[in-house]
Design a protein around this ligand. Structure first.
Ligand code: BGC
Length: 754
């Protein structure tokens, strides 16, 4: 243990009576925190609330950033509580030693990073993983990400994103669990459990961060950073539950707030959100970090007049740590001294931050995450690769399979592969893969080859032109069709054509909203041109969001949604195309027919005109169906599942037991996600037409059947009113159990009281 830290700990214990002898300490960590706190100067406390970005190379001779030297000095003074974007065991150790060895109290920093879907070994993007509905696999994926990230010196991830995404135009739908609150809460909990593990003190677990609190996914028109305007009923019932579950069920250590306003007040300064709801009502004990410069952006919002005002509003509003606004470090001490911000608010924030650091074990050993041998041994470990492959296969959704075109039979026919994405080793890694090594995904072509498929390849058309850079807009090829003819000629000579089309990795992610949801560039034209000469097409979609592929659905016999599947992409796709793995994924977001339907989601509120009572005056479009192309929860299999024998029993008026039998009536082994939807028919707050309230993923051999039992309790039967009170009301409910949100067996039950 570092000498300086030993001194601090001894001093802490000695100060116990002098500082807080009257306080009834909850546990040992609280005691340590309080006693460290009372040795800290105001500036040192505020330092803990300050996070710096460290994208300069600490091992290099000259810091590349102009003000890097100032940042180093601040670290040495103990004015920096955390850094983001510093990774690598050696780099983190060097940076940590500045804080530990040079600052007065030697308080270690916490190192955060966006570990979103894998770290070096990339898992499918979070939306894709969510399509697996496989909580164990998702937890394992996060566990592996934590193992690799912690081996690189990191101890905190800014994940999972638990924002609800109803608008496919929003680029960040790729980062969440989709449109449904229940599913997103379950997946959020699984991810946090994976990151944080059973023991946060272990060197291979890291603190998680549920983000973005709150409402960020409701940016108007799906445009990132745009205004959010949601009612309190939606906040309490749709947006809040995944955060509450993260706290109650997974004990998430940190929460990130959001860029947007809620009811006219930016989240970063929103006392109602951060103090009244999060910390007081829900009892969240971890700390809140602002989003990147979300404090400073309050000036542009027209809510704060200058940086000092930002610091005041954020501190009072309950933001404990400032990411990249530098408002606290520059202005907070002055505000406290002037009596504008109570020091107790600062103390509360610092207590929360120090507590997480103690829980991570950073005070015992600030370098416990900086073990180069672990880094060498664990990054890209074969076990991680195997898990990434398993996760990738589970994330694939079969959207269409006319005449059982899939699975293909190996080397029985002449196969053409067309599309730039088939030969792409980078896009499949997806966006939000900051630590990934470029071009390390197994491409579709490589996957097919190693699976032993004989194919011929034609690119057809480039997807983008010029260089790709994360900091810049990508240029989509909208005119060059010079490769079409080669693709058409190849398709003519082939029995089956695998077309790999969709989005580049940089079409989705932060700041990557789209106003159209079709295939970008000339890909739709390419698809139609090939279709003219060969209709036996398997369309393999690669994308980070739902796409409006109505033409393809009408014409192409087989469609496979493969998202961005990460490192093992090509292997996973080959196994599914050729039937070594039977697809079992189900859509976590509705696919629209047309962008004009967006936001489209299955659990909409009931309206006063639910159906066509007259020809004109009901909710519909005059130029398109109001129905989705593929509904939430939808996904096919190479086998068939039959649902029967549904029964519903109300037990003691406190719980409802729903049973259903599912049979694999096809000829191959398969997995099915059995989904339960509930509809509260009359309530004091209008309820959605249906809501997912349970699911179970089962596996069945041919002819095997299984009874699935769901038990609904208060938790599933109740809802929140606009003031946030949880109500369970007697009355009639409809329950549906089935294979997706639009099809299943239905029954009714009545609750007479509780
Ligand atoms: C994003 C966050 C992310 C942060 C740090 C922000 O722009 O909104 O989700 O964690 O940057 O990279």
């Amino acid at each position: 243990m570092n000498f300086r830290i030993i001194i601090v700990l001894i001093a802490s214990v000695m100060l116990i009576y002098s500082c807080h002898s009257t306080v009834d300490f909850k546990d040992e960590i609280d005691l340590k925190v309080d006693n460290l706190l009372c040795q800290m100067t105001l500036e040192e406390k505020i330092g803990q609330m300050n996070q710096y970005n460290g994208f300069w190379d600490v091992t290099g001779p000259v810091p590349s950033e102009e003000n890097a030297q100032t940042k180093y000095e601040h670290i040495k003074k103990g004015w920096v509580g955390s850094m983001l974007n510093v990774r690598g065991a050696i780099k983190v150790r060097k940076m940590q030693s500045l804080a530990v060895d040079s600052s007065r109290l030697g308080i270690p920093m916490i190192f955060g990073f966006d570990v979103i879907h894998g770290h070096k070994t990339m898992s499918p993007i979070p939306l894709a993983e969510s399509a697996s509905w496989d909580l164990q696999a998702i937890e394992k994926s996060a566990r592996i990400a934590a193992i690799e990230a912690s081996a690189e010196g990191l101890n905190w991830t800014f994940a999972p994103m638990v924002d609800i995404s109803r608008d496919a135009r929003w680029g960040r739908v790729m980062e969440g669990a989709g449109e449904d609150t229940y599913l997103a809460a379950r997946i959020g909990v699984a991810r946090i459990n994976g990151f944080q593990g059973d023991d946060l003190n272990s060197p291979n677990t890291i603190a998680a961060c549920a983000k973005h609190f709150a409402g960020y996914g409701f940016a108007e028109a799906g445009m990132d950073y745009n205004t959010v305007d949601v009612g309190t009923t939606t906040l309490h019932n749709v947006i809040f539950p995944p955060f509450k579950a993260a706290i109650d069920e997974a004990k998430v250590k940190t929460i990130m707030n959001s860029f947007n306003i809620i009811n006219g007040v930016p989240a970063t300064a929103n006392k109602w959100l951060q103090r009244d709801i999060l910390k007081n009502k829900w009892g969240f004990e971890g700390f809140v970090i602002s989003d990147w410069s979300s404090g400073e952006e309050m000036i542009d919002h027209g809510y704060a007049k200058d940086l000092e005002h930002v610091a005041e509003l954020s501190a009072i509003g309950g933001s404990d740590m400032d990411m990249e606004s530098h408002a606290y470090i520059k202005c907070l001490a002055k505000l406290v001294k002037a009596g504008k911000v109570e020091e107790s608010k600062v103390d509360d924030a610092v207590r929360r931050i120090l507590k997480v650091k103690f829980e991570l074990g950073l005070f015992e050993d600030p370098y416990k995450y900086c073990d180069e041998s672990r880094e060498t041994e664990l990054i890209y470990h074969p076990k991680h690769m195997a898990a990434a492959l398993d996760m990738a296969k589970k994330s694939i959704v079969l959207l269409k399979n006319e005449n059982q075109l899939l699975p293909l039979k190996k080397n029985k026919s002449k196969v053409a592969v067309i599309g730039a994405l088939a030969n792409d080793k980078d896009s499949p890694l997806g966006n939000w893969r900051m630590a990934a090594d470029d071009n390390t995904a197994v491409s579709v072509l490589e996957g097919l080859k190693s699976y032993g498929v004989n194919y011929k390849y034609a690119e057809g058309a480039k997807l983008i032109t010029g260089e790709t850079a994360f900091s810049a807009k990508i240029k989509v090829n909208t005119s060059d069709k010079s490769g079409f003819q080669q693709a058409i000629t190849l398709a003519k000579k082939s029995d089956v054509v695998i077309m790999v089309l969709g989005e580049h990795a940089l079409h989705s992610g932060e700041g990557r909203s789209r106003s159209r949801l079709g295939l970008p560039g000339v890909q739709q034209e390419l698809l139609e041109a090939v279709y003219k000469v060969n209709q036996n097409i398997v369309l393999v979609l690669m994308n980070g969001r739902p796409l409006a592929i109505t033409w393809a659905d009408e014409h192409i016999p087989a469609i496979l949604e493969t998202w961005h599947l990460g490192t093992q992409t090509g292997h996973a796709i080959a196994e599914v195309l050729y039937g070594a793995y039977n697809p079992s994924g189900k859509l976590p977001m509705t696919f629209p027919r047309h962008v004009g339907q967006v936001p489209i989601y299955y659990n909409q509120y009931r309206t006063g005109r639910p159906g066509p009572k007259t020809e004109v005056f009901w909710p519909h479009y005059i130029d398109s169906s109001e129905k989705p192309l593929y509904p939430f929860g939808y996904g096919l299999s190479y086998t068939q599942f039959e649902y029967s024998d549904m029964s519903v029993k109300v037990v003691d008026n406190t719980k409802v037991e729903v049973k259903v039998s599912v049979l694999n009536s096809g000829s191959v082994f398969g997995e099915e996600v059995v989904q339960l939807y509930l509809h509260d028919k009359v309530a004091s707050v209008v309820r959605p037409v249906k809501e997912l309230k349970g699911f179970e993923k089962i596996s069945l051999k041919p002819n095997q059947s299984k009874e699935v039992v769901f038990v609904l309790t208060n938790k599933e039967l109740g809802f929140y009113d606009g003031a946030g009170h949880f109500l369970v009301e007697p009355g009639e409910f409809e329950v549906m159990v089935g294979t997706n949100s639009e099809s299943g067996l239905k029954d009714n039950f009545i609750l007479t009281g509780f």
